[in-house]
Design a protein. Sequence first.
Length: 171
Amino acid sequence: MPARLPTAWYRGPAPARSVDAAGGYPARVSSTEQTPAEHPSTAPRPARVTAAAAVAGLEALALFAGGVYLLVTSLTGRPDDLTQAVTGGATLLALGLIPLIAARGLLRCRSWSRGPAIITQLMALPVAWTLLQADSAAIPGGIALAAAALTGLVLLVHPATTRALGIRPRA
């Protein structure tokens, strides 16, 4: 027995709603009530949001550079474990996508982008602490990473940033 599609309820596309002669919509809702006066996408982007996007973008570039470096040195050198070196490089390249996508979202003032950006900054802090505990040339890298992560966190939790991204405080 062939299956029947439920088409009896479908009447075609909904008729277009028009604005009545008084300038309002049929439900008497004015256009100013439907769209807020200052939507995040129409407001100018604060410098803090741009700076937070720059921090996230720089972290993405650092992760990409580290991933490419690991891949190149593992393929041209003699690593202890080739599989582990290639996997580490590929992981750094994949992790670089998170702050890159977050930076793009921040530049477009998308509210969802704040979450991945904050998570990136929080993940960078233990890495910076580990680099600072080393007795080698990694200490300046740890200082730079800690400074970038703390700067990014401060910029992302600032009230001007949350307002620009359209995130409202809880009541």
